[in-house]
Structures are given as C-alpha cells and as structure tokens.
Design a protein around this ligand. Sequence first.
Ligand SMILES: *Cc1c(COP(=O)(O)O)cnc(C)c1O
Length: 423
Amino acid sequence: MNQSEELFERAKKLIPGGVNSPVRAFRSVGGSPFFTKKASGCRLTTADDRELIDYVCTWGPAIHGHDHQVIREAVAEALAKGTSFGTPGPAEVEMAELLVEIVPSVEKVRMCNSGTEATMSSIRLARGFTGRSKIIKFAGCYHGHVDSLLVKAGSGALTLGNPDSAGIPESFAKETIVLPYNDLQSVQDAFAQSGEDIAAIIVEPYPANCGLILPEDGYLEGLRKACSDNGAVLIFDEVMTGFRLGIGGVQERTGVTPDLTAMGKIIGGGLPVGAFGGKVEIMDCLAPLGPVYQAGTLSGNPLAMAAGIASLRMLKDTPPYERLEQLGAMLARGIREAAEKKGIALQVPQVGSMFCLFFSESPVGNFEQALATDADAFKKVFQACLANGIYLPPSAYETCFISAAHGEDEISRTLEQVRLALS
Ligand SMILES: *Cc1c(COP(=O)(O)O)cnc(C)c1O
C-alpha cells in the first residue's frame, strides 16, 4: 500500500467515505484518491511524492496557482494581528469596497463563509424581499448543498448516481421548480402558471457543474426580462464564474445584470469565503436593517479577508484573463484536433480558463445532453492522464480550470498526454 492508500484506509474508518466532500472520493472514475501533501504553482505533490499538473485548482479558487507568495504574505501579515475579532474589522470594509467596484450588479454586499451560504442566503433574501416562496432553478446547475436547491444539482450528486439527495422533505422540494437550461419557453410557461408565487430564478449563468455549458444567444437576456416582467429576483450564482471569466464575471462579459449575485471560491484566495450582494433595496432587507435574518460567527474573518483582498487586487492590477484565454484556447483546440484525427467524437467547450471534455457527437446545451455523453470514455482519459502526471477533475461532469501559474510548457505536456490517452 502506498501512502495515499494507507491514509485513505485510515480516513474511511472515521470520515464517511474517507472524504470531507464527496467528489474527492474518485467514485466516478474508480480507484482510490491520492492525498496531497503540498501544492505550489500549478502542481500538486502527492503523499507519495508524485508531482501532478493540476486542472482542478481546488475546484476553482486557485486562479493564481497554489501557494502564491502575495497571498501567503497577506495572510501572514493578518495572522500577526489575530485570527478572529468578533467585531467589525477594517478588512471587511476594504473587501466590500472592492466588490462593489468590481462586480457590476453589486451595490451592497454581505460576507459569509462558503458558496453554499451565499446561495442559501440569496434565496432567503429573495423570498423575504418578494414575499413569495417558489424558486426556479435549472437542471444540472449546482448551487451548493442547500436543501431546496439540491434537486437535479449536477456533478457531486450525479457522480454518486443519485441526482437528488435524500433527507430533503418533499415540502421543501415542492417550492423548487426545476427547468431545462437554455429553454426560455419553459421559463415563460412557469411564470404564466405560477408567476405570483415565484420569488426568484437562480442560475449559474454559465453552468459549470455538469461539465461546461454555454447559454444560447439571448438566453440570459430572456431570464432577465422574465424576472423584470414578473417582479421576481434574478440571482446569478457566480461562485464558479465570478472573477474567473474576466474580473466582473459573466455579468460583465454579457452585460446582463442580475439583482443578486452569489460569490465564493476565488473571492477567498484559497480560504473559506463566500459573499452575496446586489441592489440596495434588496440588500437592505437583511438584518439588522430589515427582517431577513442572516449571520455568521466567522463571517468577514480577517485572515480570509486578507487572502481574498490580495487575490482580487492581483486580478485587478495585473489581469491574467487574456493569457488564460489564450492558454485555454490552445489546449481546447489541441484536444479537439487530436480527437478528430483519431475519429473520436469529442466536444471541448471552452471559455477563458474553463473547459471540459464531453464525449459526444454533438454539442451539449443542457443537463439531459450532458448525461447522454460517454462517461466511461472520460474515465479512461482521466486514469491515463493521472498515470502520466496530469490531474483532471475526477468526474465527467466537472469543469477543468487553468491557473495563471500554468504556462505553455505545461499546456504542451498536457496535450501530449491527452493525445496519448485518446485511443
Ligand atoms: C462550488 C459552488 C457552490 C458551492 O460553494 P461551496 O463553497 O462549495 O459551498 C455554489 N455554486 C456554484 C456555482 C459552485 O460552483
């Protein structure tokens, strides 16, 4: 048994499935997960001293690569002043000012500790603001493990073969209307049928938790209009896409402005941070100003704020986006060409530093189509790449990430291995 296998055996005795988040368990690709003992730049070092080029990037946050010196120093400086105050601190104000400046729709913002908290609180706020109870979500979109949103929720649950979680009362799920992504007619129908009851639409503007799916022309604009016409709140879950696809996320890219935005991942620079923000009139419904309660002992934690602020400042001052787009396009193009040469049906949707491999004859525009792709073919490529030093996400339904620490050398090496793996 190697070190990782030994650690996994010990973990399984005490931690359900041996992991603290299910997708880490490698269930859908087979075998047992490697353990990481350190990470630097675009590389992970496993407990068995193997070096892997990382395309998971801690599932999104590590846009600067791992263990970036600037973030490390910012955290060290904050650490010297104490780890938690329980009173407001200056870093929280700095963070709020940054977010309002960077994210087009955000006029006021509240910090929390995870993406899940951000979406959960956004939903509660939308319900409190509108006085309505129903939520529209889209099949395949993942919004964290919030009870009422864990319905047809994409990768994590999918990977375990049960798209919906046990433990969610039918009465909660009933408040969630699940519609297919990229189908405006179904949204209009839902509003025609129960418009008076619909508090919000929550959407990953570019769904990235069932592979990577892109909106058809006019789709996000259509969601915006449906909400405006019907007095519902449009919530963009930009936990994944925020600060990654351009600093202002999909809303900046597309010019479609939501009422509320849920943020996470990159915003914490590798520490646990979430945030949600939007229109003043909605945000001011939050306690202590308004009747919607939301709180957190460690919200706005000074270490987390220091890491997040350092991360966002770098994105603002030296934007990596153009280079990331080039690297992403280079990798996606190379993979497509390799598949074509070998006569393998493969779609490689890519935008900026995000891409995925869908083994499919035709482009994937929704959850049903994602489910119909060949997950076994992905599994083979995943294992072959892992054996040769390339770590892709351990599920056919996850998005791969490139960081600013990846270079052309790593991209070329990766292409070489993916080419060999495609057979
Ligand atoms: C990761 C993710 C979440 C949940 O964030 P956590 O920090 O894991 O709770 C929510 N929404 C989207 C789009 C995500 O990618």
